[in-house]
Design a protein around this ligand. Sequence first.
Ligand SMILES: Nc1ncnc2c1ncn2[C@@H]1O[C@H](COP(=O)(O)OP(=O)(O)OP(=O)(O)O)[C@@H](O)[C@H]1O
Ligand SMILES: [Mg+2]
Length: 272
Amino acid sequence: MTEDTKFHHGDATDAAPIVEMKNIEKHFGNIIALAGVSFDVKPGECHCLLGDNGAGKSTFIKTMSGVHKPTKGEIYFEGKPLHFDTPRDAMEAGIATVFQDLAMIPLMSVTRNFFMGREPTKGKGLLKRFDVEQANEVCMEEMRKMGINLRGPDQAVGTLSGGERQTVAIARAVYFGAKILILDEPTSALGVRQTSNVLATIDRVRSQGVGVVFISHNVRHALAVGDRFTVLNRGKTLGTAKRGDITPEELQDLMAGGQEMAELEGSLGGTV
Ligand SMILES: Nc1ncnc2c1ncn2[C@@H]1O[C@H](COP(=O)(O)OP(=O)(O)OP(=O)(O)O)[C@@H](O)[C@H]1O
Ligand SMILES: [Mg+2]
């Protein structure tokens, strides 16, 4: 089985986008981080955002998740123009971001990390308290669905592998109603096995109809799960390619900025 066929790919490409970003510009003083980028995400697809260091990937997804306001350009959410004033606005609309540092507390249990203050409660008024049993049950079940069998709900997050922690963060976002899941370089610090687990998690989430934005430096990881690919280069995009319409070599070339890559290959004798 090759990486190309391992995952089934969304055929949701004709569906209306959940989120649509049009001609987004972002300036920081004199620095133009984004110079008119358009990008959309449809339900049940994995749209990869690729690009070299400093290309503008993080700036772009921060604009999508309400951290930055665009200098210019429009954001449409489910067809309507929308302004996110804060990350909370974006979260409430259903845009969840899993950052690399994951915002987890290693010494606390997986369940506590899963709910993070959103624990189910039982009882009313002064008797209202966390429903620990219910929380444990939900957490174990949601993790099982993602292919992770916890030793128990009390297992500390610090004892999980990097890939499993990514999966906790992803499961948590989906459980709390994410329609769009943004993953900023979820595989960059992982080994081969952990990477394939995270890619399998992305595949599961996608098949539940969630739109995934997958940011990566790594063309192979992107090709393993991506339905569409957008390459950013110095704040600009050359457009979006569908899976099958672009070869790994073309994608790699676009990422490295074509010309520079050719030069590098020349100087290294074609080993890159
Ligand atoms: N808050 C900021 N103030 C000033 N310049 C910024 C700010 N954030 C980003 N930039 C600049 O915008 C450009 C794009 O940065 P960004 O972090 O979006 O790149 P990236 O594609 O995520 O890179 P990497 O792969 O290294 O994470 C860079 O030149 C960066 O220095
Ligand atoms: Mg970045």
